[in-house]
Write a protein that binds this ligand. Structure first.
Ligand code: MLC
Ligand code: AMP
Length: 454
């Protein structure tokens, strides 16, 4: 997976920059080998990495791959509830990592490893309950990265720039492992601000729609990207006005691609292809998609098969089985359409209102509701995603509670789970509307939740 570290593209002093610190491939490899040695000695079954945007995180992930120990990146701001659950569920443990100690040998893995063994375990939310561990093999990751390298003409000539979190597919698999496989220079900006993107001087830029929309609002920053080769958006739907504003200011039509933690990136526009707002391109080589539409309808659930799929949810065979149709297709839960003539896909929504995408983060309503219900003052809670110009969707919590403020509940969720899972707004209600089965009627809440107060 780590082609660049074998030296085929040569080395350079500025191969990897993260939040202002720079390392050559040799330095990165030395630090990662030391991690691998320490992992082998520690005997940990899986390696929990506090995924701050630092060179240490990159060395830790590479070290885990070298040692053949599954790597579990943790959101660095995860509160005790979220962190504890991930550690218990995965059995992963942390070990000390620094970038100063280096080794010139890679230890032999404890057991014979194959490309189908787990490489990464990424925790991601479902509609209800706690996040599940998505097990990804090296085979799936390399298949995806090679398909994307083809689609985007991504090579060692590129300088990849992004500032995305290192505990999800976008920032970690594409944004770090992609650079280490293709040999492109990597500049991680620490935070994905318009100023940092504008100043980085890259050829290839990754962002979630919130990042592109913030850049679009600063035309000078957008204009500074005119010298780039390719701008790519994903993780949520890119609004058409943002596509157009970026094109006007930078001359680039953003390439949009679609994926999931469980499937990696499966559908994408192509470098040099015909790109239109609201479309996510065609399936990558090796991926087959189908639209499971009701009789005569053009839109339906997007289902797919291919070599980039996950190995399963860690320790949850029933959940894994439920993610597939009887005839073996993965059910994305996204509603899509595909053009009959050119096969270009459009994502038109999600089947469930209980999976929220906010700032490109996937957040399960059930997890936030459970966190709110853990507060002694909260009697009922129903969480929805409301359209938001900046975040795509913003988390709004409807609660039945007394003697507590909205800000206190927001802080409670931010502290127990992660900061990005906090409700942006709390509305106190007399009762949560429910159907005859007692299920919250979220459509009613959503209809009453607009408009965006900002
Ligand atoms: C505010 N803050 C609080 C707080 N209220 N902190 C604690 N408690 C509270 N109550 C502060 C924090 O301290 C922090 O400050 C700041 O809020 C950060 O909040 P945020 O929500 O992270 O910031 P925001 O600007 O809203 O973030 C926008 C964003 C972010 C775009 C930068 O949403 C983001 O990084 N998104 C990327 C998600 C992603 O990578 N998804 C990919 C999934 S993979 P400070 O000082 O730290 O700023 C996938 C597959 C695919 O989907 O297809 O790619
Ligand atoms: P995650 O598991 O965090 O990777 O989230 C996956 C989900 O992100 C998908 O099921 C989609 O709902 C959404 N998504 C990813 N890319 C796009 C895109 N280009 N357009 C619309 N939705 C997207």
């Amino acid at each position: 997976m780590l082609t660049a570290l074998t030296g085929v593209h040569g080395d350079r002093a500025d191969a990897v920059t993260v939040a202002g610190r720079t390392a050559s491939y040799e330095e990165l490899l030395g630090a990662a080998r030391q991690v691998a040695v320490d992992l082998a000695e520690s005997g940990v079954p899986a390696f929990a990495v506090n995924a701050t945007p630092t060179l240490e995180t990159v060395a830790a992930v590479v070290g885990a791959l070298l040692a053949g120990v599954p790597c579990v990146p943790l959101p660095p701001d995860a509160g005790p509830a979220e962190r504890g659950r991930i550690l218990r569920d995965s059995g992963a443990r942390t070990i000390e990592v620094d970038f100063v100690r280096r080794s010139d040998r890679t230890p032999d893995p404890a057991a014979v490893r194959t490309p189908d063994d787990p490489a990464l375990i990424l925790y991601t939310s479902g509609t209800t309950g706690a996040p599940k561990g998505v097990v990804l093999s090296s085979a799936a990751i390399t298949a995806d990265l090679d398909a994307l390298a083809g689609a985007w003409q991504w090579s060692a000539e590129d300088t990849l720039v992004h500032g995305l979190p290192l505990f999800h597919v976008h920032g970690l698999v594409l944004g770090v492992l992609g650079a280490l496989r293709t040999g492109s220079r990597l500049v991680h900006t620490g935070r994905p601000t318009p100023e940092a993107y504008a100043a980085a001087g890259g050829s290839l830029y990754f962002g979630v729609p919130t990042v592109w929309s913030r850049i679009a609002r600063e035309p000078q920053a957008a204009a500074a990207l005119s010298g780039a080769r390719l701008l790519v958006s994903g993780s949520a739907a890119l609004p058409a006005p943002v596509f157009r504003d970026i094109e006007r200011a930078s001359g680039h039509r953003i390439v949009e691609r679609y994926g999931m933690t469980e499937t990696l990136i499966t559908v994408s526009g192509r470098a040099g292809g015909d790109l239109h707002p609201g479309t996510v391109g065609t399936p990558l080589p090796g991926i087959t998609t189908r639209i499971a539409a009701e009789d005569g309808a053009e839109i339906g659930e997007l289902q797919l098969t291919g070599p980039t799929l996950f190995s399963g949810y860690l320790g949850r065979p029933e959940a894994t089985a439920a993610a597939y149709t009887e005839d073996g297709w993965f059910r994305t839960g996204d509603i899509a359409a595909a053009d009959e003539k050119d096969g270009v896909h459009r994502i038109v929504g999600r089947a469930s209102t209980d999976l929220i995408k906010s700032g490109g983060y996937r957040i399960g309503a059930g997890e936030i509701e459970n966190a709110l219900l853990d507060h002694p003052r909260v009697r009922e809670a129903a969480v929805v995603g409301v359209p938001d110009a900046d975040l795509g969707q913003r988390i709004v919590a409807f609660v039945v509670a007394e003697g507590v403020t909205g800000a206190e509940l927001t802080d409670f969720v931010a502290a127990h789970l992660s900061v990005h899972k906090r409700p942006r707004e709390v509305r106190f209600v007399e009762a949560v509307p429910r159907n005859a089965m007692g299920k919250p009627q979220k459509r009613l809440l959503l209809d009453g939740a607009a408009p965006d107060p900002t």
